[in-house]
Design a protein around this ligand. Structure first.
Ligand code: FAD
Length: 288
């Protein structure tokens, strides 16, 4: 049976908060396996993540997964957050190394008393409580990996530390995902690798994210959005067609689990779920 999960980011303003909760309300009846909430660098950003995760746990039927990074925190500080999540009923953490506060591209320097990377963090989480732990995976290799062997070795460290699944960075060429799965299988890793899919609400923004995280944008994709900068209606239709094409092609390649980067918006993700047979499992909420 096809399974989906959704990723949100913690809202910064009251208006963004309202958008997030109406998105959560719209997507909740699709009964995702879990919904995850990203984690930032600053103290206030982190507090917003904790608040959002707790609210999902308390006010919805959804299973929240809290992203957690090793950045700029000691092991004791990170462990305290992990324990707070367990006490709040959260049972799933997306364990990440993270990037320096200056952003991706700045060489990573671990906190002197901190977890050095996601493998150490995964082991630390599992030592505290039997959380489900998801980790990252990179169909185009993480920029810090010198070569493919180093990249897959690091995934293997995370799996050895107890990771239950790996969720990929977004990608637009499904052949990259197939090649990645083959590398994982060739290394003998039995971990589930879930494709991370980003619907393109804003091509400009996705291009910027891709530049930061080392994901490639095929020329054919850029061509499809070229000239539509001032034409939102067509852009939205193209975005829906592009995402549908990618997801349905992955389905044909045997993929039955998808992680959607929602950007806190429901429309495209809801439609994509419908296409792959994920329809409301709970009564649809009455219109306000
Ligand atoms: P790791 O998997 O620990 O390591 C990344 C790379 O560093 C490895 O591939 C390897 O090349 C190298 N490396 C690390 N340790 C070693 C070692 N001991 N020996 C050799 N090489 C090593 N960022 C956020 O800030 N907040 C989020 O909420 C967030 N969510 C994400 C969700 C997903 C699904 C993904 C794919 C990424 C997310 N990121 C997030 C981005 C992520 O933090 C960055 O990509 C970061 O640069 C690496 O984090 P990681 O967990 O992949 O690191």
């Amino acid at each position: 049976m096809t399974r989906v999960s959704f990723e949100f980011f913690p809202p910064r303003t009251a208006v963004m908060e309202e958008t997030l909760w109406s998105t959560v309300k719209k997507l909740q009846p699709l009964a995702p396996h879990f919904v995850s909430v990203t984690y930032g660098a600053g103290g206030s950003t982190r507090e917003r993540t904790h608040r959002t995760v707790r609210r999902i746990a308390e006010e919805t039927s959804l299973q929240p997964a809290a992203h957690l990074t090793c950045v700029a925190a000691s092991r004791a500080e990170v462990d305290a957050v992990i324990r707070e999540y367990w006490d709040a009923g959260v049972r799933h953490i997306v364990a990440l190394r993270g990037d320096m506060p200056e952003g991706p591209g700045t060489p990573y320097a671990a906190h002197p008393d901190g977890y050095a990377n996601a493998a150490e963090l995964t082991a630390g989480i599992k030592a505290i409580a039997p959380f489900e732990v998801s980790v990252s995976a990179y169909p185009e290799r993480h920029p810090d990996s010198g070569d493919w062997d180093a990249d897959i070795d690091h995934l293997a460290r995370k799996v050895d530390a107890g990771a239950d699944r790996a969720i990929t960075q977004f990608f637009f060429d499904n052949a990259l995902f197939d090649a990645y799965r083959e590398r994982v299988a060739a290394r003998g890793l039995e971990v589930e690798v879930v494709p991370g899919i980003i619907p393109i609400h804003s091509f400009k923004q996705v291009k910027r994210f891709a530049g930061m995280c080392g994901a490639s944008i095929p020329d054919t994709l850029a061509d499809r959005f070229a000239g539509l900068e001032e034409d939102e209606e067509t852009r939205r239709l193209v975005a829906a067609a592009v995402a549908a094409e990618q997801v349905c092609d992955l389905e044909r390649r045997g993929v039955d689990t998808f992680h959607f980067y929602t950007m806190n918006r429901a429309d495209l993700v809801y439609a994509l779920c419908h296409l792959i047979g994920i329809k409301p499992a709970l009564p649809v909420p009455a219109a306000a």
